[in-house]
Design a protein around this ligand. Sequence first.
Ligand SMILES: *Cc1c(COP(=O)(O)O)cnc(C)c1O
Length: 479
Amino acid sequence: MQALPPQGRPADDVLRELESRKVQDIDSKSGRLWSLVYYHSPELLELAQKAYALYISENALNPMAFPSLRRMENEIVSIVKSLLHAPSRGAGTLTSGGTESIFLALKAARDYMRVQKPHLSTPEVIAPVSAHPAFDKAAHYLGLKIVHTPVTAEGAADVQAMEAAITERTILLVGSAPSYPHGVIDPIPEIAALAQRYNLLCHVDACVGGLILPFLEKNGVALPPYDFRVEGVSSMSADLHKYGYTPKGASVVLYRDRQLRRYQFFIYGSWSGGVYASASFSGTRSAGAIAAAWAVLQYLGESGYREAAQKAWETTQRIKQAVGEIPGLYIVGKPHATVLAIGAVPPLDIYRIGDGMSQRGWHLDRQQMPPSLHLTITAGHARVVEEFIQDLTAVVEEERSRSSRRNWQRKLGRRLLKTGLAILPERWVRGMARLLDRTAQAERPPQRTAALYGMMAALPKQGSVEKLVEDFLDKALEH
Ligand SMILES: *Cc1c(COP(=O)(O)O)cnc(C)c1O
């Protein structure tokens, strides 16, 4: 248990400690991380820091309190509206992230449809299995049911399956532009047409794509239609804190028709503290994230975003080409933009390749169905791509030469796949193994394979991987 220091500490001392703690983390500017961080350049980071600091104390809860914030917010939404071709009668809201944008789009859909179909008890949303879990999370909070539909061999939503899943309880269809796991843009025109035919709403999740697809297009990359130019798309989500390269805490939800946006608002007039009105999910909102987002949009401008998109695109093409030249590796599905997944043909094991890459200091997320490693490719990766390819080639070679691996190892691999344990991220595995084996509160956590083996033995007692992760989360957030 840690108590507050009885006496305050000198600022220098506190900062020094922060810096020394941070040394243990992955360097987010190194380009060795292929998820979570969208790094552009030191100049951009410095600008964002200054803009953030300028607004560090303000609160964007009340849009009337700080007119300069409201103005920035309106301008940011307007910029994204125009990038995604929302009509002028459209409207949007600045939110804290993709999850909140999706939550609000589903809340608006639910409350709007409640008026149209008052008899609905549990409204349904149809989403391809590739849609982001933010939909499942929002549905969990909002009392909605997500009906998952399969994707095609290319990784795109199967529109026939979506049509077959429509019932009188359906309120909304989801498409991604692109999907997070495989970077595939779903057939938005077909999904939106289906929504129109059945009088449903249609949300396009462009959280990861919203701030890069428009610039790829301007650079001449041919992309399938994905935004409000497609009739029948009623709402979209687009994250600024991904390919917008803004600090965390900035995303936009957009509606084709501003009437729909009203259903996301929350207003409570009977509070003793006065009338409480809030447009989004958050109450108090960070003004720093808004100011920094505005500043980054202004700093990069169309030319800056086009350049960043071009760099990410060329890096992606280089990786695709290299993967094509490494026997046994393949790109999963048909990714359209700068997000992709790499799979391996057995007996090569992509998770072991992931382990090998971790040992060389690269951080790649693991995915399942099929087993693969995930890459979100940004402008910041251009510098490291050749080194990445060299290491990937070398690791695959090593793995191949170990193809005489013992039979039990291969069997173990297959069992791990079945249990779902095999996709747990490296750092989780170490932490979870330590959790299970109390005697081994060790300084030296076990190797991944050994750790997973231990977890597999514990699984029957735990019930499921989800339960195991729940326990881990509870323990990891110690207090
Ligand atoms: C990142 C992402 C989300 C969730 O956004 P957060 O900002 O992490 O809340 C939703 N959908 C897609 C496609 C994403 O890539």
